[in-house]
Design a protein around this ligand. Structure first.
Ligand code: 5GP
Length: 262
């Protein structure tokens, strides 16, 4: 698979064209941003971990019948994905109150919601991804009612699966963000899961200690982001407990990869 021109660069990933018109390469960067780009940093090895964790989760989702854009992981930082027409909405799923909802509504952090809550944000960095109502989606034709019904069904299935998967390894799935896109299959439009699912896009707490194992370590200046993401990868069985892949090794491997690509 040949990497072509850059199609899109986001905060944490770059999408490149390939020699196949329906496929793209998704490259995971080490860049970390928060608060609508006001806080920025580079965290060596983050992209490598997110690539592996996202691959693992999307492959598992595929096995329970959720169609995703992932074709295969290429190397430490890249995946081959199906090119989709992205639905310009960030779908936020909350099981436990944390983050923006506690500030917005004055809910106590850690409150277990009586059922999963879906919130919608417009994918627009300039506007700071504003929260919108479902009705906005139809008024401005960002997606159809049929598409959103389908997306909601997929979301609840994904959430059920992910809660169980993380609970089984001693992690609480607090909340997460999903993105969906359209592809054409035999002339018919289909909705598939796109983007990534990783500690960058989820809130994950250790089930016993409630230690944060996600991007809040960066947002809240807690430090130890790479050890936390590595712990998630190890618990999911992606990195072996006894393996020596620690943050230093991940950094070396990722640097090696970058140098050798030039
Ligand atoms: P909140 O609305 O509380 O800031 O975020 C809710 C959940 O969605 C968190 O798990 C957060 O990581 C994820 N999320 C929301 N917006 C974004 C975004 O623009 N980028 C990333 N990486 N995650 C997001």
């Amino acid at each position: 698979m040949k990497r072509g021109k850059k199609l899109y660069e986001g905060k944490a990933k770059i999408i490149y064209s390939t020699n196949s018109k329906n496929l793209a390469i998704q490259y995971f960067k080490d860049d970390a941003t928060a608060f609508n780009n006001q806080k920025k940093s580079k965290i060596d090895g983050k992209g490598v971990l997110n690539n592996r964790i996202s691959e693992h989760i999307l492959e598992n989702l595929n096995q329970i019948g959720i169609k995703t854009h992932l074709v295969k992981r290429l190397n430490m930082r890249e995946q081959v994905i199906k090119l989709v027409e992205i639905i310009p909405i960030e779908f936020i799923i909350r099981n436990i109150a944390s983050g923006s909802i506690i500030k917005r509504l004055g809910i106590e952090e850690g409150t277990v919601l009586k059922s999963p809550l879906i919130e919608y944000c417009l994918k627009n960095d300039k506007l700071g991804d504003p929260l919108i109502a479902e009705e906005h989606i139809y008024t401005f034709d960002w997606a159809t009612k049929k598409e959103i019904e389908k997306v909601k069904k997929m979301i609840f299935r994904i959430n059920d699966f992910m809660i169980g998967m993380f609970r089984g390894v001693g992690i609480k799935l607090v909340d997460f963000k999903l993105e969906f896109g359209r592809i054409k299959v035999n002339g018919k439009k289909e909705i598939i899961l796109a983007d990534e699912i990783s500690p960058d896009t989820c809130r994950l707490w250790d089930a016993l200690t409630e230690k944060k194992l996600d991007k809040d370590r960066f947002r809240k200046n807690l430090g130890g982001l790479i050890p936390a993401y590595t712990e998630v990868a190890k618990k999911l069985g992606i990195l072996h407990e006894q393996s020596n892949i620690d943050s230093a090794n991940i950094t070396n491997l990722s640097t090696f990869k970058r140098k050798n690509k030039k």
